[in-house]
Design a protein around this ligand. Structure first.
Ligand code: BES
Ligand code: MN
Ligand code: ZN
Length: 457
């Protein structure tokens, strides 16, 4: 679905946004009605203002306690409970920017309707003054793409269909795409991508998208595990249930690509997106626990758990990306359960080998309402990923510092890039929140978009 504003309205109704305890603006001329009807400006509370002929002439919406507004991103997403028709913001509440409010409204439009239901014809917003309408639409459209891809189950989004989605996007954006599939992965030296994906009925592949040919180079690598059964180290049912989302990194990379190009942020840079697209499945030819695999980089890897497959496919993609020395390389991956244990579903940890880049990304993340939290590439833990009979261990026993050891593993394959950052994302909203219905969600894309001028020049 496509996000939209009201652009052709003849009449629009005013919507006032109020912190609790704030006086009603005189222009609302609401008299005793809000009080009498129990309106206290709780977050999301709506008070419709009747017109004399029994219609609705406007509305008040509560924003809740100003001091706890950090609890609630995308406030204006709740305005979708308004009656349908076109609305405009009648005031600008302090503490929230017009961009934040507008993005909240647009994100609140998202519905996943591929298999059931229809997107309701909800209320529409007139783009507030001073807000760059096309930019907001580009950001929301990128996010909707990410969500649609994550929400689509593996039955309709195997590695072949992920390729098709990337091709369609590439076409739309005017980029180039190259795809290496099946045994060609072996011939072209991507042994880890092949090993992880070869047991699937749908061949593994590496997608390589490029847009732009001058300027500093940004390479984004997204984990595209279209389904993660765990492989021979099969996941128990409860852990496997959500694993259609294990291509969340790839989905976020594609959504980000769309945002970067459609906002014009990609105009003077060279962008590359690499996606190893595989299914981690079970069959007679599946890779096994104990196998020692070669990697593109030449490092041998002992497989101590076939469920630590993400770092394997990313390793070859990162090596390939680093070979042309991009100024910055960023990986996005639903990589570890440990990241969720540490920070929960809302705040993905990120790792970065450059302090200035990390600081810029951290502050852009908070500004863009796309939180991230820095964790360390903790060198003293390097020993945990060195098994002895191979160069690297994909799944250190004990599982201590699971997100950090996964990040350290990836970093071994990223050198060659000027700077490297890795985001261990969740890609899933477990319970509905404003602007984020339960289901797939992009994480880190808006943060990277907002940070770009500071981190790539
Ligand atoms: N895709 C999972 C990680 C994951 C699980 C992300 C649940 C979000 C929610 C990944 O491939 C995986 O299985 N990781 C293992 C690694 C372990 C075997 C070293 C994990 O985190 O348990
Ligand atoms: Mn896994
Ligand atoms: Zn996985």
């Amino acid at each position: 679905m496509t996000p939209e504003f009201a652009t052709d309205s003849e009449t629009t109704r005013p919507l006032w946004l109020l912190w609790s305890g704030q006086d009603l603006p005189a222009e609302a001329k609401a008299g005793a009605w809000p009080d009498a009807s129990g309106f206290t400006a709780k977050a999301g509370q709506i008070c419709l203002l009747p017109s004399e002929d029994g219609g609705v002439r406007g509305a008040l919406m509560g924003l809740g306690d100003r001091n706890s507004s950090g609890r609630d991103r995308f406030q204006l997403a709740r305005a979708h409970a308004l009656p349908k028709g076109d609305w405009h913001l009648a005031n600008q509440p302090d503490g929230l920017t017009p961009d934040q409010l507008t993005l909240g409204w647009l994100l609140g439009q998202y519905r996943f309707t591929r298999y059931a239901g229809v997107a309701p014809q909800g209320p529409r917003l007139v783009c507030p003054q001073g807000v760059d309408m096309d930019r907001m639409l580009a950001i929301a459209a990128g996010e909707f793409l990410t969500r649609d891809l994550i929400n689509t189950p593996a039955s309709d989004l195997g590695p072949d269909k992920l390729e098709a989605a990337a091709r369609a996007l590439c076409n739309d954006l005017g980029g180039k795409i190259e795809v290496t599939t099946g045994t060609a992965l072996l011939k072209n030296n991507f042994p880890l991508i092949h090993a992880v994906g070869r047991a699937s009925a749908t061949e593994p592949r590496l997608l390589d998208i490029r847009i732009g040919d001058t300027g500093p180079m940004l390479t984004i690598v997204g984990k595209g595990v279209c389904y993660d059964t765990g492989g021979l180290n099969l996941k128990p049912g409860a852990s496997m249930g959500l694993m259609k989302k294990d291509m969340g990194g790839a989905a976020t990379a594609l959504g980000l690509l769309k945002m970067l190009v459609k906002t014009g942020a990609a105009a003077n840079i060279r962008l590359r997106v690499l996606i190893p697209a595989v299914e981690n499945s079970v069959a007679g030819n599946a890779f096994r626990p104990g196998d020692i695999l070669a990697s593109r980089k030449g490092l041998s890897v002992e497989v101590n758990n076939t469920d630590a497959e993400g770092r394997l496919v990313l390793a070859d993609a990162l090596t390939y990306g680093a070979e042309e020395n991009p100024d910055l390389m960023i990986s996005l991956a639903t990589l570890t359960g440990a990241a969720r244990v540490a920070l929960g579903p809302d705040v993905p940890p990120f790792y970065c080998d450059d302090d200035a880049t990390a600081t810029a990304l951290q502050s852009a993340a908070m500004q863009a309402d796309d939180p991230l939290w820095r964790m360390p590439f903790w060198e003293p833990y390097e020993g945990l990923i060195e098994p002895g009979i191979a160069d690297l261990d994909n799944a250190p026993s004990g599982g201590m510092a699971g997100s950090i050891t996964a990040a350290l593993f990836l970093k071994r394959f990223a050198d060659g890039a000027g700077r490297y950052a890795h985001l261990d994302i969740y890609g899933w909203q477990p319970t509905a929140a404003p602007g984020r219905p339960k289901g797939g969600v992009g994480q880190g894309s808006r943060a990277i978009l907002a940070a770009l001028p500071a981190i790539l020049s």
